[in-house]
Structures are given as C-alpha cells and as structure tokens.
Design a protein around this ligand. Sequence first.
Ligand code: HEM
Length: 141
Amino acid sequence: MLDTLMQWLHLGAVIVGVGGVAFARFVLIPTAAMLPLEQRAPFMAKAGGRFNPVLWTAIGLILVSGLYNMISSLQAGVDSLYQAVLGVKVLLALMLFAIAFLVTLPFPALASIQKQRPRWLLVNLTLATIIVLLSAALRRM
Ligand code: HEM
C-alpha cells in the first residue's frame, strides 16, 4: 500500500514539476516577451511568486518518494546494472534540482544565472527527459 502511494506521489510530483517548467519555458516566457518592457519584469516576478513554491514542493516530494523507492528496490535485491543506472539517474536528478534552485531562489547573487533562465530551463527539460527514460529502463530490469 505504501509502495503504491509513494509511486503515485513520485509520478504526480514529476508531472506537476516538469509540466509546469515546460509550460513556463514554451508558453509563459515567450508570451511575456510580447509585453512592453516595463510590464515584463513585474509580470514574471508575480508568475514566479506563484509557481516557485509549487516547484519547490514538487522537488521535496520527488526526493522523499524517490529515496523511499530507492531503499525499497535496493532491499528487494537488484543487480549491478540496475545500481549503475540508478546511480546515473540520481546524479542527473541532483543536477536538475541544483539548477532548479539556482534559477528560482530570490538571491541577488544569482541574478547573472537568472538572466539566462530560458537556457537553464531547456537544460533541465533535457535532463528530465533523460531521467524519465532511465526510469522506464529501471522498471524493466
Ligand atoms: C534523487 C531523486 C530520485 C530518486 C532517488 C529516484 C528514484 C526512483 C526509483 C528507485 C524508481 C523506481 C524504479 C523502478 O521501477 O525500479 C523511480 C521511478 C521513477 N522516477 Fe525517480 N527518482 C528520483 C528523481 C526523479 C526525477 C527528478 C524524475 C523526473 C524528472 C523521476 C522520474 C521517475 C519516473 C517517471 C519513474 C517511473 C515510475 C513508474 O514506473 O511508476 N525521478 N525513481
């Protein structure tokens, strides 16, 4: 029962997080670019204020449910290929989380990274695509 709940939580949080970032990158940011310059920054700040807590919550839930999934698969006994693929997946996931925090945390020191936000969101969407592919492979090992 707990396994099912954690799988549901993991997938649900991934859907909300990755879906939200794809929407921001391909719909919200290009549409905001059509606004007059003086309205663009306040609009994006408001949108970020609403979406960022949702994203941070999704990351927290992915981490907790992912660690649970990982402990239960390792306890069930897995081969070395599974462990290697899982290791790569976790490494990519930690990179994805680090980029997500660097582009969303409201610290002035991060301003230069945040100027390149569209590029970093694209990097994260690419990482997410690879991670989902590795997860599908893990399920079949
Ligand atoms: C440190 C972070 C993470 C850990 C420890 C983790 C761990 C796991 C584990 C152990 C599984 C089960 C694999 C199996 O079926 O044998 C799993 C499934 C999955 N994970 Fe993660 N994961 C993490 C982050 C992520 C991220 C960031 C994404 C997406 C961007 C993701 C997407 C998925 C998907 C799509 C599945 C397949 C679920 C299913 O088949 O029901 N995971 N994860």
